[in-house]
Design a protein around this ligand. Structure first.
Ligand code: OGA
Ligand code: FE
Length: 282
């Protein structure tokens, strides 16, 4: 069998959309939700749909950050262990700032959070030190929580000035240690989204404060894509927010992990790291 024959042009898999609570109350999700416990840690209803997901292997360059909301790149990180938070901050944060500055032309980048995920089949708890792939469609920030992040992670003097110019939140996502065939990440093309209809603000409950994300309602127009078997020499930039609301620029990207039916039986379990960045322009 040739490699090409093994590489599917698309796969069909179940993705979990959402529907807000019927009583009109604001949807919420607990950051430490245990998905095996129905009715705990969230007040919204899962809406599973079988979705055709395009495999961009061989056409990695067909999507861009500003048109579709996400973009794939080549390049391994120098830091590879991701075992120790202090080391990640000391080593991976600075190299990622330089990398994303080069790609975007941004003048200042402030990393504010990273998450290492390791798939543990049969286990459903998702505590802070044991995050797993996220099995439902979401957007990490809303405009109001994005702006709040700027106030949280820059000085009182800087924040108002930074907010006068273009600013984005971008996730830098990459596999750790092995190709990510198992429970890969799929992303929704921004050009296929109806922003007003499809996105519903949702409270994300941290132990000490409330954040805000978007839940995503089903829309048959949505175009879902992924890069099958992303390697440790590849990474994806995922736009979560952009202040440049000009009607052309991609503002965000819904995404979710999914159970890929084309995963080779001997594939190692997915491990990945995502770094969240405030990205400012002059
Ligand atoms: C993210 C995200 C989920 C996953 O990077 O924001 O939602 O399963 N990741 O990697
Ligand atoms: Fe996310």
């Amino acid at each position: 069998m040739t490699i090409a024959a093994k590489e599917p042009a698309s796969v069909t898999a179940e993705l979990i959309y959402f529907t807000p609570p019927a009583d009109g109350s604001k949807p919420f999700t607990d950051i430490n939700i245990d998905f095996s416990k129905e009715g705990e840690g969230r007040n919204w209803t899962k809406v599973p749909h079988d979705i055709q997901i395009e495999n961009l292997r061989g056409k990695e360059g067909s999507v861009t950050l500003d048109h579709n909301g996400f973009q794939f790149f080549n390049g391994a990180s120098k830091h590879t262990s991701f075992a120790n938070d202090a080391e990640v901050k000391a080593e991976y944060y600075p190299e990622s700032i330089e990398l994303v500055k080069k790609i975007t032309g941004a003048s200042r980048i402030v990393p504010f959070d990273h998450t290492v995920r390791r798939h543990r089949p049969g286990e459903f708890d998702d505590g802070p030190e044991r995050r797993q792939p996220v099995p439902y469609i979401h957007v990490d920030q809303t405009p109001s929580s994005a702006i709040r992040r700027v106030h949280m992670h820059t000085s009182k003097e800087d924040a108002p000035k930074l907010l006068e110019k273009r600013f984005q939140i971008i996730n830098l996502w990459r596999p750790i240690g092995r190709p990510a065939y198992d429970w890969p990440l799929t992303l929704c093309d921004f050009t296929s989204i109806n922003y007003k209809q499809d996105l519903v603000p949702m409270t994300l409950k941290y132990p000490d404060r409330d954040g805000e994300t978007f839940g995503v309602s089903f829309n048959e127009n949505h175009k879902w894509k992924y890069l099958r078997g992303m390697t440790t020499n590849e990474f994806v930039l995922i736009k979560c927010y952009d202040s440049q609301e000009d009607g052309k620029t991609a503002l965000l990207t819904p995404h979710t992990a999914f159970n890929d039916p084309s995963t080779p039986p001997d594939a190692l379990l997915r491990e990945s790291v995502e770094l969240r960045l405030l990205v400012f322009y002059d």
